[in-house]
Write a protein that binds this ligand. Structure first.
Ligand code: 5GP
Length: 115
């Protein structure tokens, strides 16, 4: 059996995280190594490796992840100033945790193009 990812261990409450939102389908929590004043992650509560591996039946959860990202961003006070939602997908994007996650970044001027 494959080892659990670090995010599956957070879902299973085996390791702590600062949880901002949780329902039966998704979890939002602060990134342990923030790269912006506000940096949180939104993940499905079941493993999807990344967008490449998403199945047709995952379409509703993909939409829910984005909606929850917007709602948590609002609570975090980012709606007025703006924020960026990022998915690092695969090698060239430097994906390091192979459990799909949205990064939500805000609280500073985010440059474009990204690195
Ligand atoms: P990726 O590079 O895969 O897009 O992003 C993985 C993210 O997960 C990184 O921003 C990293 O800081 C975050 N991360 C890795 N391990 C942990 C952890 O144990 N707890 C939390 N809260 N975030 C983590």
């Amino acid at each position: 059996m494959q080892d659990k990812t670090i995010f599956q261990r957070i879902i299973d409450k085996e390791i702590p995280a600062t949880i901002l939102f949780e329902d039966d389908k998704v979890l939002a929590f602060k990134d342990v190594n923030p790269v912006a004043p506000c940096h949180f992650l939104v993940i499905p509560k079941f493993p999807i490796v990344n967008l490449t591996e998403a199945k047709p039946e995952d379409e509703p959860i993909l939409g829910h992840l984005l909606y929850v990202a917007s709602q948590v961003a609002k609570v975090q006070g980012l709606s007025e100033s703006g924020y960026r939602v990022v998915i690092n997908n695969g090698k060239d994007a430097n994906q390091t945790v192979f459990h799909l996650h949205l990064h939500v970044l805000g609280g500073r001027d985010l440059t474009w193009p990204p690195g």
